[in-house]
Design a protein around this ligand. Sequence first.
Ligand SMILES: N[C@@H](CCC(=O)N[C@@H](CS)C(=O)NCC(=O)O)C(=O)O
Length: 215
Amino acid sequence: MILYYHPLSSYCWKVLIALYENGTAFEPRMLEDPAVAEEWLKLWPISKFPVLRDEARGCTVAETSIIVEYLGQHYPGPFRPIPEDGEAALEVRLMDRLFDNYVMTPLQAMVADRIRPEGVPRDPYDVEQARAMLRKSYAMLEERLAGRTWAAGDSLSLADCAAAPALFYADKAEPMRASFPVLAAYLDRLEARESFARVLREKEPWWHLFPYAGG
Ligand SMILES: N[C@@H](CCC(=O)N[C@@H](CS)C(=O)NCC(=O)O)C(=O)O
């Protein structure tokens, strides 16, 4: 399997965590290489990453929640992204959506505002809306995660793959640790997990490029 990715991309982290949890073999192809980027665009003209190409099964898989679920179906291991129980599966999928839509999306808006090309005006209103959404999400997640070890209960799942990059990055743009102790303790648990710790080590050479790296 080939993963088209970049080591600083939050959505790529989501998939890398699932791959590392199960020790799944794959070939990382970095999008910094123009030839790799060309291959990726042919596979997925919508031009979002990561994208997984499974040569053995002859298919291209996009959208991180689908990629993680695909890995669980076709390359299973001890880490099971979606529980068998239907109710538990719904909670996992809901938490996955909450982290993507209401943490990652406002965070991406804040980052996009800081890396606009020369001459494109910044939008403080947009950034303030994004910050407000992040604060709303933190407050809701603080309540929802109380008493849980992982995002959707006692077992690591797809929801934690989404949560780790979302909370890690969001905390840099709109710090939450001081006001949200449940979220802070949860992020500590995620960072201590080897799969995510590895992702965090691998980002180091690129970290200075993150526009909130210095706060
Ligand atoms: N819903 C997509 C989001 C993927 C996404 O936004 N990836 C970012 C990188 S973290 C990206 O492709 N950015 C490039 C762009 O938006 O042009 C998924 O879950 O795969």
